[in-house]
Design a protein around this ligand. Structure first.
Ligand SMILES: Nc1nc2c(c(=O)[nH]1)N[C@H]1C(S)=C(S)[C@@H](COP(=O)(O)OP(=O)(O)OC[C@H]3O[C@@H](n4cnc5c(=O)[nH]c(N)nc54)[C@H](O)[C@@H]3O)O[C@H]1N2
Ligand SMILES: Nc1nc2c(c(=O)[nH]1)N[C@H]1C(S)=C(S)[C@@H](COP(=O)(O)OP(=O)(O)OC[C@H]3O[C@@H](n4cnc5c(=O)[nH]c(N)nc54)[C@H](O)[C@@H]3O)O[C@H]1N2
Ligand code: SF4
Ligand SMILES: [Mo]
Length: 717
């Protein structure tokens, strides 16, 4: 009997918790939190043990498969790569570069091989039809970061461990474990904040798991946060005449903003948000007087019709109160593998538009709400082939039924994915990578968002099976075949560079990046991969430090807050607020919002028995008075209808949701034909994205407005 212990980081969500794995005879026998991890300090959630379930899942694909009619045939990698490369090249020759689209899903940012090697596959395609989960998620954050700080990845995080006051909107870290805020063990950090006499004030249409711990919670009508945030800014800028002192040399345009916000009074905000003017002035006072405060907002305020205005206003609140780049306020992490140093990835917008609706690209990607119409609408540039990587857009993007129709008509669809799920069942080829336990990991993204600067390399826990390929190897090999098929591209040096990069495994790139990085050979740390290997629990690089003047990437090295595009969007906001003022809560139309649960992760972890056991968690939450008004009983089946579709679900009465609001989690609805997820299929539930509307966008960014959708609910027939 052989037994061994391994250490690593969990890469299921953004918290990157340190784990300890015990392995006996090639099988996992336990997964526990690693108390020595300097960031997570032993914290884990129930999903960590599901890493074993994912690995052992009999439904997980281990070999490439090709769809022949209704059947899936196992084929060799060589056959898969040859056929895919030939078919892709033929489609491109016949219909041009943009006839091939790419969609990258959420795990792409959690799997470092995708980050280092996906350009091998996608750059040679030269397509403008690139999509990802970013445009159903955090796009407004990138846009605001690019405008204010000059780099799309300059996303400051609340320095919770030293803060005294956090105003949080539309986030539920008790379920999500933090987002664009790597904050493992949020509960303990919050308790410590409260023990110091600090406060967490939460704004959410639902009394969430986080609300239960908050010092104060205010219900808000979905989609009205911009009115609240602008009123807070208005009170601080105009009623108090507040201007930052410490940040003054860096900031320009505040007077212009102040003048534009005169009309956003707390009284007006009260009428649309449901939060009293007195409470709004109270929050402004608390923000103004707290020793160190942070304003933070996530999915609820990003993925709604005014996501960008909200994120801009949040950034400005932190600037006006002098809390940006300050201990206990909002700080910029400084990771060892530092992408902000990469001048090439600063971000750009509107360099091209989508063909059908004219939506702007951001950072080289188009809004995914436009993907289905780009496939379905005939004409030059119509999408005929699609690659999906680590994504399940049928369940994750608005109007999933429309996307299903589109996928069914593709000439070629290739999915790099471990499961045959709601999306990949439409593929002609599924290319499955190794499991998360079979490859090594370094978190390239989330150290940029972490509440402490730390660094950690996680070697593979289990050996790679014979014949299996990692994600990065699939990208590298298929990319090489494709380049050959498309004809050699670029200069000799460019081709040489490609060949070298394709052969270098991610860990070799990491070693180079560490040496070149801020803790590398020019620093006292002298980080190398070897040093990381010797310290598998991770290395502490210290608390977050003020760094804004050096890190700022804008051309004039200042923060120009009066962003013209945002100020221009206020007219759209005014029209929306007018309509919302007139709305009667709980009348015919209800506002639909989403939710997350700690035992679930987007759409793809419902095949783990350990996570789905117990009573179902996908009911529609609805206020008892809204139910009574419709003569519907708690627990009944109801029909929920929107402009694009209808679903039938079970309803659960709860006073933890605001009147006029209903909530349904996303990622459910697995019982579709051809889905090969035996446990998930049995779970019931419907996809909220069969209701969400591909036309409902934050017009400024192109991000989908998934929260705050108007729906009607009635007893099921
Ligand atoms: N367990 C678990 N963890 C996860 C995930 C998961 O699926 N499960 N997903 C991961 C991913 S991909 C992400 S992006 C993060 C997301 O992380 P969070 O944003 O923290 O998670 P959500 O639960 O989506 O929180 C959004 C909150 O916004 C509220 N809300 C909805 N509409 C509005 C509105 O108009 N205004 C306001 N103020 N609030 C509103 C909702 O009630 C909800 O509580 O979580 C990550 N972590
Ligand atoms: N209505 C509504 N819709 C939402 C949201 C919401 O709050 N409400 N949240 C949105 C958010 S924040 C996000 S991030 C998106 C997520 O949207 P997606 O990224 O499209 O969906 P996921 O459910 O994360 O699907 C992940 C896929 O990756 C595969 N996979 C897992 N690990 C790996 C790996 O290591 N390699 C490869 N190649 N494949 C892997 C899984 O099998 C699965 O098919 O959903 C969005 N959709
Ligand atoms: S919170 Fe859970 S899923 Fe997220 S990294 Fe930690 S253990 Fe993994
Ligand atoms: Mo996300």
């Amino acid at each position: 009997m052989s037994e061994s212990t391994h250490y690593g980081a969990c890469n299921l969500c953004e918290a990157i918790c340190g784990l300890e794995f015990r392995v006996r005879d090639g099988r996992i026998v336990s997964i526990r939190g690693d108390e020595r991890d300097p960031l997570s300090r032993g914290h884990i959630c129930p999903k960590a043990v599901a890493l074993q379930d994912l690995h052992e899942d009999p439904d997980r694909l281990r070999k490439p498969v090709k769809r022949v009619g209704e059947q899936w045939q196992e084929i060799s990698w060589a056959q898969a790569f040859t056929e895919i490369a030939q078919k892709t090249a033929a489609i491109r020759r016949a219909h041009g570069n943009n006839s091939i689209a790419v969609y990258a899903g959420n795990p792409s940012v959690h799997n470092w091989g995708n980050l280092t090697h996906s350009p091998q596959l996608f750059s040679p395609l030269k397509t403008r039809n690139r999509y990802s989960a970013t445009s159903v998620d955090q796009l407004p954050h990138h846009l605001v970061a690019m405008w204010l700080y000059g780099h799309q990845l300059m996303l400051p995080v609340p320095d919770i461990d030293r803060s005294d006051y956090i105003l949080m909107l539309g986030a539920n870290p008790m379920a999500s474990n933090g987002s664009l805020w790597t904050v493992p063990d949020f509960r303990e950090r919050l308790k410590a904040l409260q023990a110091r006499g600090g406060k967490l004030v939460l704004i959410d249409p639902r009394r969430t798991e986080t609300a239960q711990l908050a010092s104060a919670h205010h219900f808000i009508r979905p989609g009205s946060d911009a009115a609240l945030l602008l009123a807070l800014l208005q009170v601080l800028l105009n009623e108090h005449g507040l201007r930052p002192r410490r940040l003054a040399p860096l900031v320009e345009g505040l007077d212009e903003v102040a003048a534009q916000l005169e009309a956003y009074t707390p009284e007006r905000a009260a009428r649309v948000t449901g939060i009293s003017a007195e409470a709004i002035r109270g929050i402004a006072d608390e923000l103004r007087t707290a020793r160190a405060a942070a304003v933070y907002g996530r999915m609820g305020v990003s993925v709604q019709a005014f996501g960008t205005v909200c994120q801009w206003a949040i950034a400005l609140l932190n600037i006006v109160t002098d809390n940006l780049d300050r201990e206990g306020g909002l700080m910029f992490p400084q990771p060892a593998f530092d992408l902000v140093a990469d001048a090439g990835k600063r971000g750009h917008m509107g360099v091209w538009q989508s063909r059908v609706r004219g939506l702007p690209e951001f950072g080289g990607e188009l809004p995914v709400a436009a993907l289905a119409e780009e496939i379905l609408t005939p004409g030059e540039g119509q999408v005929r082939a699609l690659y999906t990587v680590a994504g399940n857009p049928v369940l994750s993007t608005p109007n999933g039924r429309q996307l299903e129709k589109a996928l069914a008509g593709l000439e070629l669809m290739v999915s790099i994915d471990c499961f045959c799920n709601e999306t990949t069942r439409f593929a002609h080829y599924i290319l499955p990578p190794t499991s998360r336990l079979e490859h090594d990991h370094y978190d390239i993204i989330f150290h940029h968002l972490a509440v402490r600067n730390t660094v950690k390399y996680s070697p593979a826990v289990l050996p790679k099976p014979a014949g299996a390929l990692h994600d990065w190897e699939i990208f590298a090999r298929l990319g090489r075949r494709l380049r050959a098929e498309l004809g050699a591209q670029g200069s000799l040096f460019k081709r040489l560079g490609n060949e070298i990069l394709a052969r270098l495994p991610p860990h070799r790139l990491l070693d180079i990046a560490l040496r070149m990085g801020p803790y590398g050979r020019k620093s006292a740390h002298k980080l190398t991969l070897a040093k990381l290997r010797a310290r598998p629990e991770g290395i502490d690089l210290g608390a977050l430090r003020s760094c804004l003047p050096q890190r700022l990437k804008t051309k004039n090295r200042r923060i120009a807050v009066a962003v013209p595009a945002v100020l221009a969007d206020l007219a759209r906001l005014d029209a929306h607020l007018g309509a919302q003022e007139a709305a009667v809560p709980g009348a015919e139309e209800l506002w639909l919002i989403g939710r997350r649960h700690v035992r679930s992760n987007n759409s793809w972890m419902h095949n783990a028995q350990r996570l789905v056991k117990g009573k179902p968690r996908h009911q529609l939450f609805m206020h008892p008075q809204d139910l009574a008004a419709r003569g519907i009983a708690d627990g009944a089946r109801v029909s929920v209808r929107s402009r694009v579709g209808a679903v039938e679900v079970e309803v659960q009465a709860t006073e933890d949701i605001m009147r006029g609001v209903v909530s349904l989690p996303h990622g459910w609805g697995h019982a579709r034909s051809g889905v090969r997820l035996r446990i998930a299929r049995e779970q019931g539930g419907q996809s909220i994205n069969d209701l969400t509307d591909e036309q409902a966008l934050d017009a400024l960014s192109g991000n989908a407005a998934l929260n705050g959708l108007a729906v009607r609910v009635s007893a099921a027939a």
